[in-house]
Design a protein around this ligand. Structure first.
Ligand SMILES: NC(=O)c1ccc[n+]([C@@H]2O[C@H](COP(=O)([O-])OP(=O)(O)OC[C@H]3O[C@@H](n4cnc5c(N)ncnc54)[C@H](O)[C@@H]3O)[C@@H](O)[C@H]2O)c1
Length: 251
């Protein structure tokens, strides 16, 4: 119970890796705000957490919309009275076709930036007053290990995930005086349901072959790092990027 009575918002918490973050944070004692544009999925995840003895609410959010992220923060405060942890996990990834960079429609490029980067900015903006007031906060941004090698065919996605790192470092410097810590994780190719359904077995095998640890990466492989960064065990760590990909990339 390393997060006992902490209040955590998980964006994109309804399904995929975000749903596993939500459940694991609850198992560690956190009260969880499961925030997702897929409200049915968010409700389902919150219901499962409550059924297993935890405390969670579902919130319908589009992180690219400021009114929506402000309403999300307001729901967290009115239900639980504070916000300790924000996991910026929601993004556009598996819905994006893999294709050469020159075939990416400009409006798709803009949409990826508005969710993956503006969305992260808006979520941080919306929780900031509550964290500043209590002089405490842990923000964890989800990047991707594809930035180290410059993985091709989702150029907008790779670019946005590299942006997450600059965002993390600069924001960490600006909010350190408020005792708000900002870190990032770069997961490798992970077996979330959406990732599996949008990738061929050959594509998945090619990833495993290059790892030091030659097996699939599961959402559970990311949980120890998330809990560490959300807990007081990491209270003097900020502006960092931790790579969790079985040794595919090293940095
Ligand atoms: N699965 C992987 O291999 C992998 C690898 C590296 C990084 N990541 C990152 O990990 C995170 C989770 O990955 P996943 O595989 O579970 O992805 P996913 O596509 O399954 O889940 C993304 C979640 O975000 C939600 N979402 C999308 N747009 C939103 C919006 N505008 N507002 C609110 N919610 C929105 C979706 O409904 C979904 O629940 C993402 O940031 C992804 O980029 C995943």
């Amino acid at each position: 119970m390393r997060l006992k009575d902490r209040v955590a918002i998980v964006t994109g918490g309804g399904k995929g890796i975000g749903a596993v973050y939500s459940s694991r944070l609850s198992e560690e004692g956190a009260k969880v705000v499961v925030a997702d544009i897929d409200f049915d999925a968010a409700r389902e995840t919150a219901k499962k957490i409550s059924a297993s003895g935890g405390s969670a609410i579902a919130v319908d959010v589009d992180i690219s919309d400021q009114a929506s992220t402000e309403a999300m923060a307001k729901s967290a405060i009115s239900e639980y009275g504070k916000i300790d942890i924000l996991i910026n996990n929601a993004s556009l990834m598996s819905v994006l076709p893999r294709r050469p960079w020159y075939e990416i429609p400009v409006d798709e490029w803009d949409r990826v930036m508005s969710v993956n980067l503006r969305g992260m900015f808006l979520c941080c903006l919306s929780v900031f007053p509550a964290m500043k007031e209590r002089h405490y906060g842990k923000i964890i941004n989800i990047s991707s290990s594809r930035i180290y090698e410059g993985m091709p065919n989702r150029l907008h996605y790779t670019t946005s995930k590299a942006g997450v790192v600059g965002f993390t470092r600069a924001l960490a410097r600006e909010v350190g005086e408020d005792n708000i810590l900002v870190n990032a994780i770069s997961p490798g190719f992970t077996q979330s349901e959406t990732q599996v359904s949008s990738s061929t077995p050959e594509y998945m095998k090619a990833h495993i072959d290059r790892r030091c640890i030659r097996r699939e990466e599961y959402p559970e492989d990311l949980m120890g790092t998330v809990v560490f960064l959300a807990s007081s065990d990491s209270d003097f760590i900020t502006g960092q990027l931790i790579n969790v990909d079985g040794g595919y990339s090293m940095h």
